[in-house]
Design a protein around this ligand. Structure first.
Ligand code: GLA
Length: 404
């Protein structure tokens, strides 16, 4: 745990590590390194696929992809350190989803390039990552965007505007069969060190908002729990939001305000009303949170995070006992212990909680939340939580290597 809190420097050596792992595997230097961060979503839970307002921050856990033009012209040879597996894509044949599942995040992106008529050279690719997978920190979006970066560098075709994150989202939807929204891929592609990214998922506009690093920090507590329900329930939530929109004759739930929803109360069933209420109020909360942060009203900002968690738990019903308990423990430790606010982040049903903490007490606050939570669960078989303070990180980048 202590080591985990202190390991922020770990990612700085990731670039050198991926180069030496590439050399070891392929017996030569890579031509390019593509680096993409993970992200934590501060607020705006489950609203991206409703055209809503989200506030992710790119964090210093990364996917590192090294690539070099391969000896086989029509082949991509891909190796993942984490999976300890390799696979080959034949660029002369149609690319379709295949096993093992993780390969689809790569195949889907390759398919997206080929579909746009972009010619890809044969490549050798090695993937390494410091983002805990399945924890809600977007390891998959990070992998997709990092692969897209390598393919851009190798083909010489740079995707314009929002095309790269959208290609990556499509890869996830169609190849990994995860009906995610646009938040993760946009965040990974356009995030900036020291900033929160306010993304309007309806018109895809972005505002970068300064995060006050002098006084504040972000921490992630990983419950290490992943409930089976996670994927199926995500798809069910998305489908039910779309069905409510259809019933109400709307483009998306983003079009609703609280008063219009209140007037339409009789047109939808009770559960649908709760789902829509979450979305409408969560969009309001994102703006409220941003305004509190801009005014340095950190206590109020923290309260908004707790409100968001309560709504995700009760109205949208995507939390779980472990996440609720972590947020409860954080709240109990409170501002005197350095915790300003906490909520589940990502798709839910396990994964991580994000905490807004006071900078000078950040490590103590993480330590205490993890310690208290693990103490109460000591007698059960539930996984032990771990936590770390995260720094904001630059969005995806590609570096050309000096070969030799
Ligand atoms: C996952 C999805 C995102 C978003 C969040 C919930 O991370 O990939 O698109 O819907 O869940 O906010």
């Amino acid at each position: 745990m202590t080591a985990d809190i202190l390991n922020n420097a770990r990612d700085e050596s990731g670039r050198d590590a991926v180069i030496s792992k590439f050399k070891k595997r392929f017996n030569r230097n890579p031509d390019f390194i593509s680096i993409a961060p993970g992200r934590v979503n501060l607020i705006g839970g489950h609203v991206d696929y409703n055209g809503g307002l989200v506030l992710p921050v790119t964090v210093n856990r990364h996917t590192f992809v090294a690539g070099a033009r391969g000896k086989d012209l029509g082949l991509l040879t891909v190796h993942s350190i984490r999976e300890n597996e390799s696979f080959v894509v034949d660029l002369d044949c149609p690319v379709s989803p295949a096993l093992p599942i993780w390969t689809n995040y790569v195949r889907g992106v390759v398919h997206g390039f080929l579909k746009r008529g972009i010619e890809l050279p044969g490549l050798e690719i090695l993937i390494d990552s410091t983002i805990p997978s399945g924890s809600g920190l977007s390891s998959s979006a990070s992998l997709e965007v990092a692969i897209a970066g390598i393919l851009e560098a190798a083909s010489g075709v740079i995707l314009k505007g929002n095309e790269k994150p959208k290609l990556c989202q499509q890869a996830e939807n169609e190849f990994a069969k995860v009906p995610c929204g646009i938040m993760d891929q946009f965040s990974v592609a356009f995030g900036k060190r020291d900033y929160m990214l306010l993304l309007d998922c309806r018109d895809e506009s972005i505002e970068q908002i300064l995060f006050d690093h002098e006084h504040l920090a972000l921490a992630v507590i990983n419950s290490h729990v992943r409930h089976e329900l996670s994927e199926s329930e995500y798809a069910i939530r998305r489908e039910s939001c779309e069905s409510i929109s259809r019933t109400l004759g709307l483009e998306s739930l983003r079009e609703l305000t609280w008063s219009t929803l209140d007037q339409l109360r009789d047109k939808i069933d009770k559960l649908s009303f709760l789902r829509a209420e979450h979305v409408v109020r969560e969009n309001e909360r994102t703006l409220k949170f941003v305004s509190h942060m801009k005014n340095a009203d950190w206590f109020q900002a923290g309260e908004v995070l707790y409100e968001s968690h309560a709504s995700l738990r009760e109205k949208f019903q995507v939390s779980c006992v472990e996440l609720d308990e972590l947020v409860g423990v954080a709240r109990q430790i409170g501002t005197t212990g350095g915790v300003l606010g906490a909520r589940m982040t990502g798709a839910g049903f396990g994964g991580c909680v994000v905490m807004l903490v006071k900078r000078e007490k950040a490590s103590d606050a993480v330590f205490k939340v993890v310690e208290d939570y693990n103490k109460t669960g000591a007698a059960s078989s539930r996984p032990r939580a771990s936590g770390f303070v995260v720094d904001s990180a630059e969005g995806a980048q590609v570096i050309k290597c000096n070969t030799g």
